[in-house]
Design a protein around this ligand. Structure first.
Ligand code: GDP
Ligand code: IMO
Ligand code: MG
Length: 432
């Protein structure tokens, strides 16, 4: 019985989570974001129109479905208001169905300053963050220094909090990073300007979620980023600052692990990465150009060119158990149409030795060379395939091979950016 489904990215983000969450929402009662912030960029293509979401859950284009932002999300209130306004201008009715946890830490303008000043000061060792203040906001959360959404009810308390927090941040900004200090009045103005729009959205999210679960509704927990960007299990320190794994869905929204029935991992049929950090299967040749060009591989948040490479089965095997992945959705198979040969990374070679699993550090992974298995590509188009049997034989063989290696069944194959361009082998919600 899959009543509650967690959808996560199985690579370094941008796997097509938004598209798949939007598609699966047709059968869901609520969609819940549980980590990350507006560093995410989720692209939905419906009825010829493209919508890019950063904070609002990707179920929002389905009228009546509740879209919930859980406590695990660091909330840029200004970005949320902007996103709400742009959806409203497009005719999307948000009334009563966009809900926010009062326990979300706020991303303040000084978090953005800190993020950008640190990246600038780091020079060559910069992470390549999205510059949205995500890392500093999570630091303040675990450092117990956050101003949270619920605190907007008491701006006098917020002022006191800022009086204790800002001196420390200003020492870092001025003395360590050579940046301008932050003014308390600016921060108060920010809080004052967002409170009125944000507070009406606030509900007791754990109560909502648990009521939905006990009344038999279907919940979809939407992950942002990807497993290899997880702060604990990813390619640290080239990661984001939250847990991106399926396990985070519970703590980031307010339910326990037994509430989760199904974990769907989304992976591109190849691999991309934005920002710095090791990427063993990265391509610098015409095959890489093919993937980047056909896949239109530019970031939905920062517009940066995404690095492209072959499918990495070594990391995917690990990601499968890190998430207790029930099923896999392979996206962008159409982007691989026209390649003469396709490759799968089966193992790494490190200092002359074969490795069948991921090494412990990013520095070691950086030195790993991929050991590939080659398969013939396909020249036919996969874009209009409605069933698995419609796919070119070589594409079928490639997908079957990935399934065999990763040992997780492929549930969905995505063949284009549009909502309906999918081959459904098993819809996780069909089992409920
Ligand atoms: P997300 O962050 O995981 O939601 O993914 P993004 O939206 O950042 O990036 C995925 C990109 O691939 C978007 O431009 C999607 O429109 C596009 N996309 C998703 N699935 C497919 C697919 O199967 N084929 C093609 N060609 N594009 C896809
Ligand atoms: P979606 O949800 C791809 C990357 C950044 C950088 C690192 C840290 O669209 O898949 P951060 O700003 O989070 O501190 O940056 O993480 N990153 C993403 N890459 N997709 C994303 O989100 C990302 N969110 C963050 O490029 O390398
Ligand atoms: Mg994205």
């Amino acid at each position: 019985m899959a009543k509650s489904l967690v959808v996560i990215g199985a690579q370094w983000g941008d796997e097509g989570k938004g598209k798949i969450v939007d598609f699966l929402t047709a059968r869901a009662d609520a969609v819940v974001r549980f980590q990350g912030g507006h560093n995410a960029g989720h692209t939905l293509v419906t009825g010829g129109k493209t919508t890019v979401l950063h904070l609002i859950p990707s179920g929002i284009l389905h009228p009546g479905v509740r879209c919930i932002i859980g406590n695990g999300v660091v909330l840029a209130a200004d970005a949320l208001i902007k996103e709400m306004d742009s959806l409203t201008a497009e005719g999307v009715d948000l009334e009563g169905r966009l809900l926010v946890s009062d326990a979300c830490p706020l991303i303040m303008p000084y978090h953005v300053k800190l993020d950008q000043a640190r990246e600038a000061a780091a020079g060559k060792s910069a992470i390549g963050t999205t510059g949205r203040g995500i890392g500093p906001a999570y630091e303040d959360k675990t450092g117990r220094r956050s101003i949270r959404v619920g605190d907007l009810r008491d701006l006098a308390w917020c002022r006191q909090k800022l009086e204790s927090v800002l001196p420390g941040h200003n020492v870092v900004l001025q003395q360590h990073l050579g940046a301008e200090p932050v003014d308390i009045e600016e921060s108060m103005q920010f809080l004052d300007s967002v409170a009125e729009r944000i507070l009406p959205l606030v509900v007791d999210v754990p109560e909502q979620i648990n009521q939905s679960l006990s009344s038999g509704q279907r919940l979809l927990f939407e992950g942002a980023q990807g497993a290899l960007l997880d702060v604990d299990h990813g390619t640290y320190p080239f990661v984001t600052s939250s847990n991106t794994l399926a396990g985070a869905a519970c703590a980031g929204s307010g339910c326990g692990p037994t509430a989760i029935d199904y974990v769907l991992g989304i992976a591109k049929a190849y691999t991309t990465r934005v920002g710095a950090g090791p990427f063993p299967t990265e391509l610098f040749d015409s095959d890489g150009d093919h993937l980047g060009r056909r896949g239109n591989e530019f970031g939905a948040t920062t517009g940066r060119k995404r690095r492209c490479g072959w499918f990495d089965a070594v990391s995917m095997r690990r990601v499968a158990y890190l998430n207790s992945m029930t099923g896999l959705c392979l996206t962008k198979i159409d982007v691989m149409d026209g390649l003469d040969t396709v490759k799968i990374c089966m193992a790494y070679e490190l200092d002359g030795k074969r490795l069948d699993s991921t090494p412990a550090t990013a520095a070691e992974l950086e030195r790993c060379k991929p050991v590939y298995e080659e398969m013939p590509g396909w020249q036919e188009s996969t874009a209009d395939a409605a069933t698995f049997a419609d796919l070119p034989a070589n594409a079928q063989a490639y997908i079957k091979r990935l399934e065999d290696i990763v040992k997780v069944p492929v549930d969905i194959i995505s063949t284009g950016p549009e909502r309906e361009k999918n081959i459904i082998i098993n819809n996780p919600f069909d089992q409920s």
